[in-house]
Ligand binder design. Structure first.
Ligand code: ADP
Length: 302
């Protein structure tokens, strides 16, 4: 199985041992999912599509892709731009985030429609998120959605995490409209109930599943933090319990890693409920570690 994840990876500066020291890393929702997919199953060929600059940090980011077992051959380089950055501040154990991403090269990832289509041609499964849509201007978003529509007609499976981030959008209406346009080109939707309830006013996870199914997704998996996962697959509903954890350290990338667990099950036709159970075991490990990228032993969560 060949997977292409599309979106923005950012440079991350996280607090290190001394208050004035920061550790450089790389993370971003779709990249995190690609990273976990590559860790879970070496037989899945994982590629990432984004745009970076031509400067040193852009090169370091590409190297991070390769080090994570992710193919960077479709990554576009945009001269005079660089990658987006966020910095994590810690105050009394609480994390807060500052972002510098408005000029990030990734915002131009759909400017070359030919490169985009070519990258999708090489994949069986294409994965994107609401953040991928949010960073594109309306015209580029149109180009991107057309490329997905074409890939889907050509038989590719399209998977989408709505990942609602109102701060990245000009208005709530623009966000909800674009998210449902993303849903309309997707086979698999992987929403998180809390966000969906906030912005689409869904009464319960089944309402979320119904809305994405009505938009055209054949599989909808609704994450809900520590609560059971509800799914709707080919018209059949089900529930998968989430294992109770003695301690939750950091929920960064809980949903991203969960998505990787679900998508990994598409190789070998694993029943959806089994893939979801595995996704919960993986996300359970991730929330017990610090940061977005937590090293895992795939055998432990099989
Ligand atoms: P997102 O990060 O997209 O908001 P969720 O918070 O719904 O996603 O979490 C995704 C998955 O992570 C859940 O389905 C569950 O498997 C795991 N998870 C998250 N929070 C907890 C928790 N408090 N206890 C156990 N598992 C959790």
């Amino acid at each position: 199985m060949r997977v292409l994840a599309i979106g923005e990876c950012m440079a991350e500066l996280a607090p290190a041992s001394e208050p004035s020291d920061y550790r450089l890393g790389f993370a971003g929702d779709t990249f995190n999912t690609a990273w976990y997919l590559a860790q879970l199953d070496p037989d899945i060929d994982v590629g990432y599509f984004t745009a970076v600059g031509t400067d040193a940090i852009s090169q370091q980011m590409r190297q991070a892709f390769v080090d994570g077992g992710i193919d960077d051959r479709h990554v576009i380089s945009v001269p005079d731009r660089t990658v987006g950055l966020y910095l994590i501040s810690l105050e009394n154990g609480e994390r807060s985030f500052s972002y510098w991403r408005n000029q990030a090269a990734a915002r131009l990832l759909a400017q070359d429609a030919v490169a985009l289509s070519k990258a999708m041609d090489d994949a069986d499964l294409v994965y994107f998120s609401g953040i991928t849509l949010a960073i594109l201007d309306p015209e580029a978003r149109g180009t991107f959605l057309s490329a997905l529509r074409k890939a889907r007609s050509a038989g590719k499976t399209i998977a989408f995490d709505p990942n609602l981030r109102p701060r990245l959008w000009a208005s709530e209406q623009q966000m909800t409209d674009a998210i449902m346009q993303g849903a309309a080109v997707s086979d698999i939707a992987l929403p998180s109930f809390e966000d969906e309830a906030s912005w689409f006013h869904d009464a319960d996870p089944d309402a979320t599943a119904d809305r994405y199914a009505a938009a055209g997704a054949t599989t909808v998996v609704v994450k809900n933090g520590g609560e059971p996962v509800r799914y709707l697959h080919d018209g059949n509903r089900g529930t998968v319990p989430v294992p109770t954890l003695s301690e939750v350290v950091d929920t960064t990338a809980a949903g991203d890693s969960f998505n990787a667990g679900v998508l990994a099950g598409l190789r070998g036709d694993v029943p959806l409920a089994h893939s979801i159970a595995r996704a919960c075991r993986l996300a359970g490990k991730v929330v017990q570690g610090k940061g977005a990228l937590v090293s895992i032993d795939p055998n432990e969560i099989k």
